[in-house]
Design a protein around this ligand. Structure first.
Ligand code: NDP
Ligand code: PYC
Length: 340
């Protein structure tokens, strides 16, 4: 359906469009299915910085030869609770699917387990992964570096990636408690969407090339993005560089940007996912203690504050019923990606 400035698509139409664009650019079908699904999820849940707009980024990354289009992820278990998946230069989504059963099995056996994904191209939101683990009854954390675009608090030159951190907590008879955000003030994708729409960005998101605060999206992208929460976001960004970089034998965001060699492709490197099984900590008392967490959520919502993921679940409900609207300009750019 077409409005003046927007096009409404069913989720199935979004999925087909994403798969067609990805396969048209040479991505193998198993990767295309896995990658498209995360874009559908992003669009469906109103997380547009990681929805179908990412097809433009994928097309550029595929055309630059920066991603292995038919990589076969290789799984190993270097220690009893640790799963490693070498993505072999392919997108992270399929590598996650390959590592998931081992991560879940190890967490159930040992109470805590980790999955290190190495050598992957990563452009995706992390909440689909922690949400998937919550479906298994597991608490989890996920993080990944990206490209060095973000200045440390007090500095003016990029060192960190936008380094997202996601957390998932299963809830009895309800969707899980999930948060997932960049440790920069906002994801770079959000700044790019402002640039595309010709909209200014709020102060606090970025600095221009001379280190001065700017409201110009293009200048912030050319200069340096800022961390959220000053020194606190800066420390978390550093932690993510370390635990999803050197700790798992993979790249920091600076190394990823250097490896990109100016191609402007998606980040290359690793991701760390940690899963905790309440039953491993609590045995037969797990359910009773997990129920106690509900009082915490109630104390938040009872005063009119909202839980992270609440907006996303509401958006999901609407999208499942009515489909999603994307701007006519973006739709036209996506159609252009299908041209020979
Ligand atoms: P936001 O700053 O929008 O923060 C998103 C999180 O905060 C969501 O969990 C959101 O819940 C929650 N939230 C927002 N507002 C409120 C509120 N008022 N009260 C309670 N909770 C709130 O997102 P970012 O721009 O930082 O990140 C967007 C996405 O980008 C993430 O999914 C992240 O994984 C992805 N990303 C990926 C990168 C990569 O390298 N792969 C790099 C950087 C980011 P809700 O969804 O319900 O609004
Ligand atoms: O939006 O910051 C971002 C981002 C980086 C890599 C994937 N998304």
């Amino acid at each position: 359906m077409t409005g003046n400035d927007t096009i409404t698509l069913s989720l199935d139409e979004v999925r087909k469009l994403a798969e067609r664009v990805l396969t048209r650019h040479g991505l193998a079908p198993d990767h295309a299915t896995a990658v498209a699904e995360t874009m559908v999820a992003g669009e469906r849940d109103g997380c547009t910085s990681h929805g179908v707009y990412r097809l433009i980024v994928c097309a550029k990354t595929l055309a630059a030869g920066a991603v292995a289009k038919d990589a076969v992820p290789e799984i190993s278990n270097p220690a009893p609770s640790i799963t490693r998946v070498d993505a072999k230069g392919g997108y992270a989504q399929l590598a996650f699917q390959v590592g998931l059963p081992s991560l879940v099995g190890n967490a159930r056996r040992n109470g805590i387990a980790a999955l290190a994904i190495n050598n992957c191209i990563h452009f995706a939101a992390l909440w689909p992964e922690v949400e998937r683990l919550a479906e298994e009854g597991l608490v989890s954390l996920a993080c990944t570096p990206s490209h060095a675009w973000v200045a440390p608090a007090g500095g003016t030159r990029p060192v960190f990636g936008t380094n997202p951190l996601a957390f998932g907590w299963p809830r009895p008879d309800r969707p899980p408690f999930i948060f997932d955000f960049a440790t920069s003030a906002v994801a770079r994708g959000e700044i790019e969407l402002h640039r595309r729409a010709g909209k200014p960005i709020p102060l606090g998101w970025g600095l221009d090339s001379e280190g001065k605060p700017t409201t110009d999206a293009a200048q912030a992208m050319a200069g340096a993005m800022q961390t959220f929460g000053g020194h606190k976001g800066s420390a978390l960004a550093a932690m993510i560089e370390l635990i999803a970089g050197p700790l798992i034998g993979d790249m920091t965001s600076s190394e990823s940007l250097a490896a990109d060699a100016g191609r402007k492709s998606s980040p290359l490197g690793g991701e760390l996912i940690i899963a905790l099984d309440p039953a491993g900590f609590l045995g037969s008392e797990a359910q009773a203690h997990m129920k106690r967490a509900e009082a915490l959520f109630e104390a938040i919502t009872a005063q009119g504050a909202r839980l992270p993921s609440q907006r996303r679940y509401e958006a999901r409900e609407r999208s499942l019923k009515d489909g999603v609207s994307i701007s006519a300009a973006l739709y036209s750019d996506l159609q252009a990606l299908l041209e020979p």
